[in-house]
Design a protein around this ligand. Structure first.
Ligand code: SF4
Length: 485
């Protein structure tokens, strides 16, 4: 019997549903805006048990579980936590996610959005409970990866060491295969190190996972961009399969005048220089971005919020997120947005820059902004922003950060014969199995479906790992349909 059979959980559901959510510890705003340490401190044991006890153990299919891309057995984990069985709970999370400490911190909690208590007193704080038990399990040494002593003799090359790469590496090493991970940056971790600021995800949490993988023999080759001195063909010659988990790290821009002025940054450039310590950076990145008194961040998603909060920590006095739609259409994590407002960031809606204006030295001094109104829905289903003619105005600004979207680096597709890509460099792969147009090459995560959540990359990477195993066992896999040119 699995714990997901909730019929055996004898609880007073009505009493539980009446209980108010338990608050977790958070640092004071005035403290956290002056450093890059994590803002959320989370639950202690007693609070965690009380909060998990609010779960009414819904009958299957539980809405929280249905909403989790990785299919985490959340009711079972919450049941364990309510009984003080923290390690057991962490192991439930770890069954479906190799990164429970990370997901607890950065996942936007789709599971919580599905929780039936959301329309009553408030959904169960599943993400923060996951973080708490994963940290407890880490301290107890219970998250170590168990790899078989006997090796299979198969070798797997993983390109990219973010969530998708880590997931495939762990799944493969557990099968007894030898795994080597290639990473373009000097330190492994991909977007977890170079994209997510430390005030949301302490870099030590990521490095703990890297060390777990090293402990079971995974090799890391850093500072190596596959496609340059080492190609996919080189990797295929030395390995039985190759997995591409290269993410989506190329910035979209708006192509408006003045984007090349000094002090106009793309979000990746800004976040990396602003958040990552010099020893984890290539030499050319080892200087902080210029942050003037007034910073405008263009965009409305999680990355815009991260850039705005980073600007505050780097000393800006006035930080404004400029978003072209309204709050109702804004993507990203609502609780992170609430924290950013608490930290002093302003958000202006229905506005967009149309030009950046520089001084005689070529440095940004202002931007021309146009007001918007909402029109008909676009392909994303959100109402399209439509410029209001004659509404332009000039806004003084010292630094601009563009956070308007990401795409995968098209480099790998261009450098690899017969690796089919499609719009904006996305790798063409069968969605269910992760097989690409090259035999023995698999892909999953943001480089296949575009920028998405950590947990989505993990879920799709698990499927790709299953497919790699099937391929190694000689099974025939469906290949993606390559459009004729
Ligand atoms: Fe518990 Fe909420 Fe999931 Fe129901 S939906 S099982 S109350 S976490």
């Amino acid at each position: 019997m699995t714990l997901s059979n909730t019929a055996f959980r004898d609880i007073d559901r009505k009493a539980r549903a009446r209980e108010a959510p338990v608050s977790y510890f958070k640092r004071a705003v005035e403290d956290c805006v002056s450093d890059f340490d994590e803002v959320i401190l989370g639950f202690d044991e007693e609070m965690a048990m009380a909060e998990a006890s609010r779960c009414i153990q819904c009958p299957e299919p539980q809405p929280c579980l249905l909403n989790c891309p990785a299919g985490n057995d959340l009711p079972s984990a919450l049941w364990h936590i309510s009984r003080g069985e923290f390690i057991e709970a962490a192991l439930v999370f770890a069954e479906t996610s190799p990164l429970p400490e990370v997901c607890g911190r950065v996942c936007p909690n789709l599971c919580q959005e599905g929780c039936v208590l959301g329309t009553r007193n408030g959904s169960v704080s599943i993400g923060k409970l996951e973080e708490f038990v994963a940290d407890e399990a880490r301290l107890a040494g219970a998250l170590a990866i168990k790899a078989p002593e006997e090796k299979s003799g198969k070798r797997i090359a993983v390109v990219g060491s973010g969530p998708a790469g880590i997931t495939v590496a762990e799944d493969m090493v557990k099968k007894g295969h030898e795994v080597t991970i290639y990473e373009a940056w000097p330190t492994p971790g991909g977007v977890l190190i170079y994209g997510i600021p430390s005030f949301k995800l302490d870099k030590r949490v990521v490095m703990n996972k890297i060390h777990d993988l090293e402990d079971v023999g995974v090799q890391f080759v850093t500072g190596t961009r596959i496609g340059e001195s080492i190609t996919i063909d080189d990797l295929l010659a030395e390995n039985d399969a190759v997995f591409l988990g290269t993410g989506a790290g190329v910035e979209a821009t708006m192509n408006i005048p003045g984007e090349d002025l000094e002090h106009v940054y793309t979000s990746t450039d800004f976040l990396i220089r602003g958040n990552v310590c010099p020893e984890m950076l290539p030499v050319e990145y080892r200087w902080k971005p210029f942050v003037g008194r007034r910073v405008a961040v263009i965009g409305g998603g999680d990355t815009a919020v991260d850039c705005a909060r980073t600007s505050i920590r780097l000393g800006a006095e006035e930080v404004t997120i400029v978003y072209r739609r309204t709050e109702a259409e804004m993507p990203g994590n609502k609780s992170e947005r609430a924290i950013c407002l608490e930290e002093g960031v302003n958000i202006t809606y229905l506005q967009a820059p149309i030009e950046y204006i520089g001084d005689e030295q070529g440095q940004l001094k202002a931007m021309k902004v146009i007001k918007m109104e909402l029109g008909e829905p676009d392909s994303s289903g959100r109402r399209r922003p439509v410029p209001i003619e004659g509404s332009e105005f000039i806004q003084d600004v010292d630094t601009v950060v563009l956070a308007v979207g990401y795409w995968p680096d098209p480099f790998l597709g261009k450098k690899t014969p017969e690796l089919a890509t499609h719009k904006w460099g996305l790798i063409l792969a069968d969605e269910e199995v992760g097989a690409t147009s090259r035999e023995g090459v698999f892909a999953a995560g943001d480089n296949v479906h575009g920028p998405d959540l950590v947990i989505t990359a993990i879920a799709t990477a698990h499927k790709a790992a299953d497919s790699i195993q099937a391929y190694l066992e000689g099974q025939t896999l469906p290949l993606p349909e390559v459009p004729s040119r």
